[in-house]
Design a protein around this ligand. Structure first.
Ligand code: SF4
Length: 494
Protein backbone atom coordinates (compact mmCIF):
# COMPACT_ATOMS: atom_id res chain seq x y z
CA UNK A 1 0.00 0.00 0.00
CA UNK A 2 1.47 3.35 -1.06
CA UNK A 3 2.13 6.04 1.52
CA UNK A 4 1.28 9.50 0.31
CA UNK A 5 3.30 12.48 1.49
CA UNK A 6 2.88 16.18 1.05
CA UNK A 7 5.86 17.96 -0.52
CA UNK A 8 8.20 19.02 2.27
CA UNK A 9 8.48 22.62 1.07
CA UNK A 10 4.74 23.33 1.43
CA UNK A 11 3.25 25.29 4.32
CA UNK A 12 -0.41 24.91 5.28
CA UNK A 13 -1.77 28.07 6.81
CA UNK A 14 -4.93 30.21 7.13
CA UNK A 15 -5.69 33.51 5.42
CA UNK A 16 -7.20 36.44 7.28
CA UNK A 17 -10.62 35.29 6.03
CA UNK A 18 -10.04 31.92 7.70
CA UNK A 19 -9.66 30.06 4.38
CA UNK A 20 -7.03 27.32 4.30
CA UNK A 21 -4.15 27.89 1.89
CA UNK A 22 -1.00 26.07 0.93
CA UNK A 23 1.97 28.35 0.37
CA UNK A 24 4.12 26.82 -2.35
CA UNK A 25 7.34 28.79 -2.65
CA UNK A 26 9.15 26.65 -5.26
CA UNK A 27 6.21 27.13 -7.64
CA UNK A 28 5.61 30.76 -6.58
CA UNK A 29 1.95 30.33 -5.74
CA UNK A 30 -0.67 30.05 -3.05
CA UNK A 31 -3.25 27.25 -3.42
CA UNK A 32 -6.63 27.72 -1.72
CA UNK A 33 -8.22 24.62 -0.25
CA UNK A 34 -11.70 23.63 0.86
CA UNK A 35 -12.11 22.35 4.42
CA UNK A 36 -12.00 18.63 3.56
CA UNK A 37 -8.85 19.05 1.48
CA UNK A 38 -7.30 21.15 4.23
CA UNK A 39 -7.97 18.30 6.71
CA UNK A 40 -6.48 15.82 4.27
CA UNK A 41 -3.39 17.96 3.69
CA UNK A 42 -2.92 18.36 7.42
CA UNK A 43 -3.22 14.59 7.94
CA UNK A 44 -0.75 13.98 5.11
CA UNK A 45 1.69 16.38 6.73
CA UNK A 46 1.46 14.27 9.86
CA UNK A 47 2.32 11.12 7.91
CA UNK A 48 -1.12 9.47 8.06
CA UNK A 49 -1.56 6.27 6.06
CA UNK A 50 -4.54 5.77 3.65
CA UNK A 51 -6.72 3.99 6.24
CA UNK A 52 -6.11 6.80 8.69
CA UNK A 53 -6.71 9.46 6.04
CA UNK A 54 -10.12 7.91 5.40
CA UNK A 55 -11.14 7.81 9.02
CA UNK A 56 -9.79 11.24 9.93
CA UNK A 57 -11.37 12.94 6.91
CA UNK A 58 -14.48 10.69 6.83
CA UNK A 59 -13.91 9.61 3.24
CA UNK A 60 -14.70 6.33 1.53
CA UNK A 61 -12.19 4.76 -0.82
CA UNK A 62 -13.61 6.47 -3.91
CA UNK A 63 -13.63 9.91 -2.28
CA UNK A 64 -10.08 9.45 -1.06
CA UNK A 65 -9.02 8.60 -4.63
CA UNK A 66 -10.77 11.70 -5.98
CA UNK A 67 -9.17 14.00 -3.43
CA UNK A 68 -5.67 12.55 -3.61
CA UNK A 69 -5.86 12.69 -7.41
CA UNK A 70 -6.86 16.36 -7.14
CA UNK A 71 -3.88 17.10 -4.88
CA UNK A 72 -1.61 15.23 -7.29
CA UNK A 73 -2.94 17.28 -10.23
CA UNK A 74 -2.00 20.37 -8.24
CA UNK A 75 1.51 18.97 -7.72
CA UNK A 76 1.15 18.96 -3.93
CA UNK A 77 2.12 15.31 -3.37
CA UNK A 78 5.71 14.15 -3.12
CA UNK A 79 6.93 12.13 -6.06
CA UNK A 80 8.21 12.22 -9.64
CA UNK A 81 5.25 14.32 -10.81
CA UNK A 82 6.04 17.20 -8.46
CA UNK A 83 9.79 16.86 -9.10
CA UNK A 84 9.21 17.21 -12.84
CA UNK A 85 6.91 20.17 -12.35
CA UNK A 86 9.47 21.95 -10.14
CA UNK A 87 12.24 21.39 -12.68
CA UNK A 88 9.97 22.89 -15.35
CA UNK A 89 9.52 26.06 -13.31
CA UNK A 90 12.89 27.17 -14.69
CA UNK A 91 11.55 26.77 -18.23
CA UNK A 92 8.50 28.80 -17.30
CA UNK A 93 10.66 31.59 -15.88
CA UNK A 94 12.96 31.59 -18.91
CA UNK A 95 9.94 31.96 -21.20
CA UNK A 96 8.57 34.80 -19.07
CA UNK A 97 11.94 36.54 -19.50
CA UNK A 98 11.90 35.86 -23.22
CA UNK A 99 8.44 37.44 -23.46
CA UNK A 100 9.87 40.68 -22.06
CA UNK A 101 11.38 41.11 -25.52
CA UNK A 102 9.23 42.12 -28.49
CA UNK A 103 7.58 39.24 -30.35
CA UNK A 104 8.49 40.90 -33.65
CA UNK A 105 12.13 39.85 -33.20
CA UNK A 106 11.31 36.14 -32.70
CA UNK A 107 11.59 33.39 -35.32
CA UNK A 108 8.31 32.83 -37.17
CA UNK A 109 6.80 29.38 -37.56
CA UNK A 110 4.34 29.08 -40.46
CA UNK A 111 1.24 26.84 -40.56
CA UNK A 112 2.06 23.17 -40.38
CA UNK A 113 0.93 20.06 -42.21
CA UNK A 114 1.36 18.59 -45.66
CA UNK A 115 -0.79 21.18 -47.39
CA UNK A 116 -1.69 23.72 -44.70
CA UNK A 117 -4.50 26.20 -45.24
CA UNK A 118 -3.37 29.41 -46.85
CA UNK A 119 -4.92 32.79 -47.17
CA UNK A 120 -4.92 35.83 -49.41
CA UNK A 121 -7.46 38.62 -48.93
CA UNK A 122 -10.35 38.28 -51.37
CA UNK A 123 -12.08 41.48 -50.27
CA UNK A 124 -15.13 39.68 -48.90
CA UNK A 125 -15.42 41.98 -45.89
CA UNK A 126 -15.89 39.04 -43.50
CA UNK A 127 -13.60 40.72 -41.01
CA UNK A 128 -15.94 43.71 -40.90
CA UNK A 129 -19.00 41.84 -39.62
CA UNK A 130 -17.79 40.28 -36.37
CA UNK A 131 -19.64 40.68 -33.09
CA UNK A 132 -16.85 42.97 -31.92
CA UNK A 133 -14.48 44.77 -34.31
CA UNK A 134 -11.39 45.09 -32.17
CA UNK A 135 -9.80 45.45 -29.76
CA UNK A 136 -8.13 48.57 -31.12
CA UNK A 137 -4.83 49.58 -29.56
CA UNK A 138 -4.23 53.20 -28.50
CA UNK A 139 -2.24 53.96 -31.67
CA UNK A 140 -5.16 52.66 -33.79
CA UNK A 141 -7.56 54.97 -32.00
CA UNK A 142 -5.34 58.03 -32.48
CA UNK A 143 -4.64 57.23 -36.13
CA UNK A 144 -8.20 56.37 -37.15
CA UNK A 145 -9.51 59.45 -35.34
CA UNK A 146 -7.18 61.65 -37.33
CA UNK A 147 -8.61 60.43 -40.64
CA UNK A 148 -11.62 61.61 -42.57
CA UNK A 149 -13.20 58.96 -44.72
CA UNK A 150 -16.50 57.38 -45.60
CA UNK A 151 -17.40 58.81 -48.95
CA UNK A 152 -19.34 55.68 -49.84
CA UNK A 153 -21.55 55.19 -46.84
CA UNK A 154 -24.15 52.52 -47.17
CA UNK A 155 -27.81 53.24 -47.78
CA UNK A 156 -29.41 54.16 -44.50
CA UNK A 157 -26.15 55.39 -43.05
CA UNK A 158 -25.94 58.32 -45.45
CA UNK A 159 -29.12 59.74 -44.08
CA UNK A 160 -28.34 59.02 -40.49
CA UNK A 161 -24.78 60.29 -40.46
CA UNK A 162 -24.92 62.70 -43.34
CA UNK A 163 -21.19 63.30 -43.30
CA UNK A 164 -17.91 61.51 -43.58
CA UNK A 165 -17.10 59.35 -40.57
CA UNK A 166 -15.38 61.05 -37.67
CA UNK A 167 -15.41 60.47 -33.92
CA UNK A 168 -17.70 59.78 -32.12
CA UNK A 169 -19.33 57.77 -34.93
CA UNK A 170 -16.20 55.68 -35.24
CA UNK A 171 -15.89 53.61 -32.10
CA UNK A 172 -17.86 51.48 -29.68
CA UNK A 173 -16.72 49.87 -26.43
CA UNK A 174 -17.40 46.63 -24.60
CA UNK A 175 -16.69 45.74 -20.98
CA UNK A 176 -15.19 42.34 -20.31
CA UNK A 177 -13.72 40.98 -17.07
CA UNK A 178 -13.61 44.47 -15.60
CA UNK A 179 -11.78 45.96 -18.60
CA UNK A 180 -13.09 48.25 -21.32
CA UNK A 181 -12.12 47.51 -24.92
CA UNK A 182 -12.59 49.77 -27.95
CA UNK A 183 -13.69 48.47 -31.33
CA UNK A 184 -14.85 49.98 -34.60
CA UNK A 185 -18.48 51.08 -34.39
CA UNK A 186 -21.03 48.88 -36.13
CA UNK A 187 -24.21 49.96 -37.81
CA UNK A 188 -27.67 48.51 -37.14
CA UNK A 189 -26.87 45.63 -39.46
CA UNK A 190 -23.92 44.64 -37.27
CA UNK A 191 -21.34 45.59 -39.90
CA UNK A 192 -18.57 48.18 -39.53
CA UNK A 193 -19.73 51.69 -40.27
CA UNK A 194 -16.54 52.22 -42.23
CA UNK A 195 -17.46 49.53 -44.73
CA UNK A 196 -18.92 50.58 -48.07
CA UNK A 197 -21.75 48.99 -50.05
CA UNK A 198 -19.23 46.89 -51.94
CA UNK A 199 -18.04 45.29 -48.65
CA UNK A 200 -14.71 47.10 -48.87
CA UNK A 201 -13.21 49.24 -46.13
CA UNK A 202 -13.26 53.00 -46.66
CA UNK A 203 -10.17 53.50 -44.52
CA UNK A 204 -8.31 51.06 -46.75
CA UNK A 205 -9.68 52.59 -49.95
CA UNK A 206 -9.00 56.18 -49.01
CA UNK A 207 -5.83 55.89 -46.90
CA UNK A 208 -4.30 52.49 -47.70
CA UNK A 209 -4.16 49.18 -45.85
CA UNK A 210 -1.64 50.41 -43.27
CA UNK A 211 -4.11 53.01 -41.97
CA UNK A 212 -6.56 50.32 -40.84
CA UNK A 213 -6.65 49.12 -37.22
CA UNK A 214 -4.22 46.30 -36.46
CA UNK A 215 -7.11 43.95 -35.61
CA UNK A 216 -8.50 44.46 -39.14
CA UNK A 217 -5.16 43.88 -40.81
CA UNK A 218 -4.57 40.84 -38.65
CA UNK A 219 -7.72 38.96 -39.66
CA UNK A 220 -7.70 36.01 -40.25
CA UNK A 221 -4.16 35.48 -38.96
CA UNK A 222 -3.68 34.17 -35.43
CA UNK A 223 -0.43 34.29 -33.44
CA UNK A 224 0.79 32.05 -30.62
CA UNK A 225 4.06 32.69 -28.87
CA UNK A 226 6.23 29.84 -27.61
CA UNK A 227 9.88 29.51 -26.57
CA UNK A 228 10.50 28.70 -30.24
CA UNK A 229 9.04 31.94 -31.55
CA UNK A 230 5.70 32.97 -33.02
CA UNK A 231 3.46 30.35 -34.57
CA UNK A 232 1.08 31.59 -37.27
CA UNK A 233 -2.26 29.95 -37.96
CA UNK A 234 -5.65 31.04 -39.31
CA UNK A 235 -9.14 31.72 -38.11
CA UNK A 236 -10.84 29.71 -40.82
CA UNK A 237 -13.83 32.05 -40.69
CA UNK A 238 -12.98 34.03 -43.81
CA UNK A 239 -15.63 33.91 -46.52
CA UNK A 240 -12.86 34.11 -49.10
CA UNK A 241 -11.34 30.92 -47.76
CA UNK A 242 -12.56 28.87 -50.73
CA UNK A 243 -10.71 31.08 -53.13
CA UNK A 244 -7.82 31.98 -50.87
CA UNK A 245 -5.90 28.73 -51.11
CA UNK A 246 -5.26 28.99 -54.83
CA UNK A 247 -4.78 32.77 -54.75
CA UNK A 248 -2.23 32.71 -51.93
CA UNK A 249 1.51 32.69 -52.40
CA UNK A 250 3.92 30.85 -50.08
CA UNK A 251 3.51 31.69 -46.40
CA UNK A 252 7.12 32.85 -46.16
CA UNK A 253 6.31 35.74 -48.50
CA UNK A 254 4.22 37.25 -45.68
CA UNK A 255 7.07 37.60 -43.22
CA UNK A 256 7.38 41.40 -43.49
CA UNK A 257 3.60 41.76 -43.02
CA UNK A 258 3.59 39.48 -39.97
CA UNK A 259 6.56 41.23 -38.37
CA UNK A 260 4.94 44.62 -38.95
CA UNK A 261 1.75 43.40 -37.25
CA UNK A 262 3.75 42.08 -34.31
CA UNK A 263 5.63 45.35 -34.08
CA UNK A 264 2.30 47.14 -33.85
CA UNK A 265 1.26 44.93 -30.98
CA UNK A 266 -1.01 42.48 -32.73
CA UNK A 267 -2.40 40.19 -29.98
CA UNK A 268 -0.26 37.12 -29.39
CA UNK A 269 -1.45 34.25 -27.21
CA UNK A 270 1.34 32.87 -25.02
CA UNK A 271 1.79 29.20 -24.31
CA UNK A 272 0.98 28.38 -20.72
CA UNK A 273 4.18 26.80 -19.46
CA UNK A 274 4.84 24.22 -18.35
CA UNK A 275 2.83 22.43 -20.98
CA UNK A 276 0.79 19.45 -19.81
CA UNK A 277 -0.38 16.34 -21.63
CA UNK A 278 -3.36 16.49 -19.27
CA UNK A 279 -3.76 18.43 -16.00
CA UNK A 280 -1.11 17.02 -13.69
CA UNK A 281 1.04 15.48 -16.43
CA UNK A 282 3.67 18.09 -17.22
CA UNK A 283 5.90 18.01 -20.25
CA UNK A 284 8.89 19.97 -21.49
CA UNK A 285 8.39 22.17 -24.53
CA UNK A 286 10.93 20.05 -26.37
CA UNK A 287 8.83 16.93 -25.68
CA UNK A 288 5.73 18.73 -26.89
CA UNK A 289 7.36 19.84 -30.13
CA UNK A 290 8.56 16.29 -30.77
CA UNK A 291 5.08 14.88 -30.12
CA UNK A 292 3.50 17.57 -32.29
CA UNK A 293 5.74 16.55 -35.17
CA UNK A 294 4.56 12.97 -34.67
CA UNK A 295 0.90 14.05 -34.70
CA UNK A 296 1.44 15.77 -38.04
CA UNK A 297 3.28 12.69 -39.34
CA UNK A 298 0.01 10.75 -38.82
CA UNK A 299 -1.76 12.87 -41.47
CA UNK A 300 -3.35 10.57 -44.06
CA UNK A 301 -2.37 10.86 -47.73
CA UNK A 302 -5.84 11.94 -48.79
CA UNK A 303 -7.54 14.82 -46.96
CA UNK A 304 -9.52 13.06 -44.25
CA UNK A 305 -10.14 14.83 -40.94
CA UNK A 306 -11.84 11.79 -39.38
CA UNK A 307 -9.09 9.42 -40.43
CA UNK A 308 -6.44 11.75 -39.09
CA UNK A 309 -8.17 12.19 -35.73
CA UNK A 310 -8.86 8.45 -35.54
CA UNK A 311 -5.11 7.91 -35.86
CA UNK A 312 -4.13 10.71 -33.47
CA UNK A 313 -6.44 10.01 -30.54
CA UNK A 314 -5.49 6.42 -29.63
CA UNK A 315 -1.85 7.22 -30.33
CA UNK A 316 -1.91 10.20 -27.96
CA UNK A 317 -3.93 8.24 -25.39
CA UNK A 318 -1.32 5.50 -25.30
CA UNK A 319 1.50 7.99 -25.05
CA UNK A 320 -0.14 9.88 -22.19
CA UNK A 321 -1.05 6.68 -20.36
CA UNK A 322 2.65 5.78 -20.30
CA UNK A 323 3.50 9.17 -18.81
CA UNK A 324 0.68 8.89 -16.25
CA UNK A 325 1.97 5.51 -15.08
CA UNK A 326 5.51 6.79 -14.80
CA UNK A 327 4.42 9.71 -12.60
CA UNK A 328 1.82 7.91 -10.47
CA UNK A 329 2.23 8.31 -6.70
CA UNK A 330 0.16 5.22 -5.80
CA UNK A 331 -3.10 3.31 -6.29
CA UNK A 332 -5.24 6.16 -5.01
CA UNK A 333 -4.00 8.58 -7.61
CA UNK A 334 -5.68 8.55 -11.01
CA UNK A 335 -4.38 11.31 -13.23
CA UNK A 336 -4.76 10.48 -16.89
CA UNK A 337 -6.35 11.57 -20.12
CA UNK A 338 -9.38 9.75 -21.49
CA UNK A 339 -9.97 10.06 -25.21
CA UNK A 340 -12.52 7.26 -25.42
CA UNK A 341 -15.52 9.62 -25.74
CA UNK A 342 -13.76 11.60 -28.48
CA UNK A 343 -12.98 8.40 -30.33
CA UNK A 344 -16.58 7.17 -29.96
CA UNK A 345 -17.94 10.54 -31.14
CA UNK A 346 -16.04 10.25 -34.42
CA UNK A 347 -18.32 7.31 -35.24
CA UNK A 348 -21.42 8.53 -33.39
CA UNK A 349 -21.42 12.34 -33.14
CA UNK A 350 -24.69 12.33 -31.18
CA UNK A 351 -22.75 10.93 -28.23
CA UNK A 352 -20.66 14.05 -27.86
CA UNK A 353 -23.04 16.22 -25.84
CA UNK A 354 -25.50 15.58 -23.13
CA UNK A 355 -28.85 15.56 -24.99
CA UNK A 356 -30.75 17.82 -22.56
CA UNK A 357 -27.94 20.36 -22.37
CA UNK A 358 -27.75 20.39 -26.14
CA UNK A 359 -31.52 20.95 -26.50
CA UNK A 360 -31.30 23.85 -24.08
CA UNK A 361 -28.36 25.34 -25.98
CA UNK A 362 -30.26 25.06 -29.27
CA UNK A 363 -33.31 26.81 -27.78
CA UNK A 364 -31.12 29.58 -26.31
CA UNK A 365 -29.35 30.12 -29.62
CA UNK A 366 -32.65 30.34 -31.49
CA UNK A 367 -33.95 32.83 -28.95
CA UNK A 368 -30.88 35.03 -29.28
CA UNK A 369 -31.16 34.82 -33.06
CA UNK A 370 -34.70 36.20 -32.84
CA UNK A 371 -33.47 39.10 -30.67
CA UNK A 372 -30.62 39.86 -33.05
CA UNK A 373 -32.96 39.76 -36.01
CA UNK A 374 -35.25 42.21 -34.25
CA UNK A 375 -32.19 44.44 -33.76
CA UNK A 376 -31.52 44.10 -37.50
CA UNK A 377 -28.26 42.24 -36.88
CA UNK A 378 -29.18 39.69 -39.48
CA UNK A 379 -25.68 38.32 -40.17
CA UNK A 380 -25.22 37.36 -36.52
CA UNK A 381 -28.79 36.07 -36.32
CA UNK A 382 -28.14 33.82 -39.34
CA UNK A 383 -24.93 32.56 -37.79
CA UNK A 384 -26.67 31.60 -34.55
CA UNK A 385 -29.52 29.90 -36.42
CA UNK A 386 -27.00 27.90 -38.42
CA UNK A 387 -25.15 27.03 -35.24
CA UNK A 388 -28.38 25.83 -33.61
CA UNK A 389 -29.23 23.80 -36.72
CA UNK A 390 -25.75 22.25 -36.68
CA UNK A 391 -26.09 21.21 -33.04
CA UNK A 392 -29.51 19.67 -33.71
CA UNK A 393 -28.17 17.83 -36.75
CA UNK A 394 -25.25 16.54 -34.72
CA UNK A 395 -27.65 15.34 -32.02
CA UNK A 396 -29.45 13.39 -34.73
CA UNK A 397 -26.20 11.76 -35.77
CA UNK A 398 -25.83 13.69 -39.05
CA UNK A 399 -22.46 13.23 -40.69
CA UNK A 400 -21.07 12.69 -44.14
CA UNK A 401 -21.67 8.99 -43.70
CA UNK A 402 -25.43 9.50 -43.53
CA UNK A 403 -26.07 9.63 -47.27
CA UNK A 404 -23.91 12.48 -48.59
CA UNK A 405 -21.40 12.63 -51.38
CA UNK A 406 -18.57 15.05 -50.55
CA UNK A 407 -16.55 17.18 -52.95
CA UNK A 408 -12.75 16.85 -52.52
CA UNK A 409 -12.49 20.56 -51.70
CA UNK A 410 -14.92 20.09 -48.82
CA UNK A 411 -12.84 17.20 -47.50
CA UNK A 412 -9.78 19.41 -47.70
CA UNK A 413 -11.49 22.17 -45.73
CA UNK A 414 -12.42 19.85 -42.87
CA UNK A 415 -8.92 18.44 -42.81
CA UNK A 416 -7.65 22.03 -42.64
CA UNK A 417 -9.31 22.33 -39.23
CA UNK A 418 -7.09 19.56 -37.88
CA UNK A 419 -3.97 20.83 -39.62
CA UNK A 420 -4.58 24.42 -38.53
CA UNK A 421 -5.71 23.83 -34.98
CA UNK A 422 -3.60 21.03 -33.51
CA UNK A 423 -0.68 23.35 -32.89
CA UNK A 424 -2.75 26.33 -31.82
CA UNK A 425 -5.29 24.66 -29.52
CA UNK A 426 -2.70 22.75 -27.61
CA UNK A 427 -0.67 25.91 -27.17
CA UNK A 428 -3.35 27.48 -25.03
CA UNK A 429 -4.31 24.51 -22.88
CA UNK A 430 -3.32 20.93 -22.34
CA UNK A 431 -3.02 18.34 -25.07
CA UNK A 432 -6.14 16.33 -24.18
CA UNK A 433 -8.37 19.40 -24.00
CA UNK A 434 -6.87 20.73 -27.24
CA UNK A 435 -7.53 17.52 -29.15
CA UNK A 436 -11.07 17.28 -27.72
CA UNK A 437 -11.72 20.82 -28.97
CA UNK A 438 -10.49 19.92 -32.46
CA UNK A 439 -12.87 16.93 -32.49
CA UNK A 440 -15.81 19.13 -31.43
CA UNK A 441 -15.04 21.64 -34.16
CA UNK A 442 -14.72 19.03 -36.91
CA UNK A 443 -17.97 17.27 -35.96
CA UNK A 444 -19.95 20.48 -35.70
CA UNK A 445 -18.69 21.83 -39.02
CA UNK A 446 -19.50 18.50 -40.64
CA UNK A 447 -23.04 18.46 -39.27
CA UNK A 448 -23.64 21.99 -40.52
CA UNK A 449 -22.53 21.10 -44.03
CA UNK A 450 -25.19 18.37 -44.04
CA UNK A 451 -27.82 20.96 -43.04
CA UNK A 452 -26.67 23.39 -45.74
CA UNK A 453 -26.65 20.74 -48.46
CA UNK A 454 -30.14 19.57 -47.46
CA UNK A 455 -31.45 23.14 -47.45
CA UNK A 456 -30.33 23.46 -51.05
CA UNK A 457 -31.87 20.11 -51.97
CA UNK A 458 -28.47 18.54 -52.62
CA UNK A 459 -27.05 15.23 -51.53
CA UNK A 460 -23.53 16.48 -52.24
CA UNK A 461 -21.58 18.62 -49.76
CA UNK A 462 -19.67 21.33 -51.62
CA UNK A 463 -16.70 23.54 -50.79
CA UNK A 464 -19.11 26.46 -50.36
CA UNK A 465 -20.92 24.47 -47.63
CA UNK A 466 -17.69 23.84 -45.73
CA UNK A 467 -16.67 27.49 -46.11
CA UNK A 468 -19.92 28.61 -44.49
CA UNK A 469 -19.62 25.91 -41.83
CA UNK A 470 -16.11 27.01 -40.92
CA UNK A 471 -17.25 30.62 -40.77
CA UNK A 472 -20.02 29.72 -38.32
CA UNK A 473 -17.93 27.40 -36.17
CA UNK A 474 -14.88 29.65 -35.91
CA UNK A 475 -16.99 32.72 -35.22
CA UNK A 476 -18.97 30.93 -32.52
CA UNK A 477 -16.35 29.95 -29.94
CA UNK A 478 -17.91 32.16 -27.23
CA UNK A 479 -21.37 30.75 -28.03
CA UNK A 480 -20.04 27.20 -27.75
CA UNK A 481 -18.00 27.72 -24.59
CA UNK A 482 -20.83 26.77 -22.23
CA UNK A 483 -21.64 23.67 -24.23
CA UNK A 484 -18.07 22.41 -23.97
CA UNK A 485 -18.81 21.66 -20.31
CA UNK A 486 -21.65 19.36 -21.36
CA UNK A 487 -19.48 17.23 -23.55
CA UNK A 488 -18.96 13.63 -22.71
CA UNK A 489 -15.26 14.08 -23.47
CA UNK A 490 -13.39 13.78 -20.22
CA UNK A 491 -10.02 15.42 -19.86
CA UNK A 492 -9.00 13.50 -16.79
CA UNK A 493 -10.09 10.48 -14.84
CA UNK A 494 -12.75 11.46 -12.33
S1 SF4 B 1 -12.12 49.46 -40.21
FE1 SF4 B 1 -12.23 48.70 -42.28
S2 SF4 B 1 -11.30 46.64 -42.19
FE2 SF4 B 1 -11.76 47.28 -40.08
S3 SF4 B 1 -13.78 46.38 -39.69
FE3 SF4 B 1 -14.11 48.49 -40.41
S4 SF4 B 1 -14.40 48.27 -42.62
FE4 SF4 B 1 -13.48 46.36 -41.90
Amino acid sequence: MAIYRLRASLALTREGSGAAVVVDQPLSRVVRLGETDAKLVSALQQGAKPAELKSRCQLDDRELTLRLSGLARLYLLQGKRAQRRIVLQAERQAFANQCEHPAAGEPIEWPLGRDPPRHACQGTGTCCGATFLGPLNPADVVRVQSLTFGSRLRDGQVQRLGHALQAPDLFETIDMSGKTYTGMARGDDGRCRSQGDDQLCDIHREHGSQAKPVACRLFPLRFHRSPRGVHVSLLLACDGYDRARSAAGPWEAREAEVRALLQQEAPTVRLQLPLQWAPGIPVTTEQWFTLRQQLYALEPDAADAHGWLAAILPWAAQRIAGQATELCEGDHVQVAADFSASIAALGQPQQLYDADACDQAVAALDERAVQLQAGRQSADADRLRDLAAALSAQQQGQSWRTGFAVEPQARRHLSDIVSNDIAAFVAIGHLDAGLAAVVRRVLLAEALTCVLAQRSGRSTVTGADTTRALHVVYRSEPDLAALAHCTAIATSVQ
